[in-house]
Design a protein around this ligand. Structure first.
Ligand SMILES: NC(=O)c1ccc[n+]([C@@H]2O[C@H](COP(=O)([O-])OP(=O)(O)OC[C@H]3O[C@@H](n4cnc5c(N)ncnc54)[C@H](OP(=O)(O)O)[C@@H]3O)[C@@H](O)[C@H]2O)c1
Length: 224
């Protein structure tokens, strides 16, 4: 797979949303959206990827473990996009110390935070920041490829989903739609700060709908 010149992993962008597009009942809160059947699908999907990426906003809001629990399979390696290294060393994604999450930060991040996260078992990758102080996603993907990641699942949250879509870095979407209205946090509208709304508009090609319990799951390839 070719990114901004170098090799990059295949990227699956996945999230669970309510009918109105909300992925949480309010920004910064954890909301269980998927029913048990679609949750099991998500966990099978996790097991089919080498690594699973979330933004630090999701780590701080949800403290997810990012493991495979509702399906058989091996846990993917956790990856956190975290320019300023705000991930707590006590975060659940460190597991019982046997996992080595990759934290992707920006050059210039606090050295003390870097040392503390390394002491907790993290592998820290510091990349040149963009004008907003964040690592470029294309560089991040190349760095993950160099770490051995060939299939990457991107699971949120709102800003990270929008950033991957806006930069055309998603190869497949897998979206769970639950039969409820949350009127909460929508990842695409309004577009998160720093993202041009026009870059988010997409159609899906080869779109397939599957029913999983009460939820519908949409798979497809995003195209402008
Ligand atoms: N329903 C679902 O499927 C689902 C899944 C996951 C999360 N969520 C929800 O999503 C919400 C969290 O979303 P969020 O937008 O606050 O946080 P987020 O997308 O998880 O993380 C955003 C943070 O990531 C960091 N980051 C680093 N590089 C970035 C880049 N290139 N582009 C964008 N962000 C980058 C930024 O912090 P720095 O600048 O400090 O690096 C940014 O503030 C929570 O309510 C959570 O429950 C829902």
């Amino acid at each position: 797979m070719s990114g901004s010149g170098g090799e990059r992993p295949f990227v699956t962008l996945t999230w669970a949303q309510a009918l109105d597009g909300s992925i949480a009942s309010a920004p910064g809160t954890r909301t269980a959206i998927s029913g048990p059947e679609s949750l099991a699908l998500t966990h099978r999907l996790r097991a089919a990827h080498d690594a699973i990426l979330v933004g630090v906003g999701t780590v701080l809001a949800d403290d997810p473990s990012l493991t495979v629990r509702y399906a058989e399979g091996v846990d993917p390696r956790p990856v956190v996009l975290d320019a300023r290294l705000r991930t707590p060393g006590s975060a659940r994604l460190f597991g019982d110390g046997t996992r080595s999450p990759i934290i992707v930060g920006a050059v210039g991040a606090d050295r003390g935070a870097e040392a503390a996260l390394e002491a907790s078992g993290a592998r820290i990758l510091l990349l040149e920041p963009d004008p907003d102080g964040r690592p470029h996603l294309a560089d991040c993907l190349e760095a993950l490829y160099a770490e051995g990641v060939r299939r990457l699942m991107v699971e949120g949250g709102a800003s990270v989903l929008a950033a991957f879509l806006a930069e055309d870095l998603a190869d497949e979407l897998v979206v769970t739609v639950a039969p409820r209205i949350l009127a909460g946090l929508n990842p695409f509208h309004p577009a998160p700060a720093g993202i041009d709304a026009a870059r988010l508009a997409r159609s899906l090609v080869d779109a397939r709908w599957e029913r999983h319990g009460d939820d519908m799951v949409l798979r497809g390839r995003p195209r402008r």
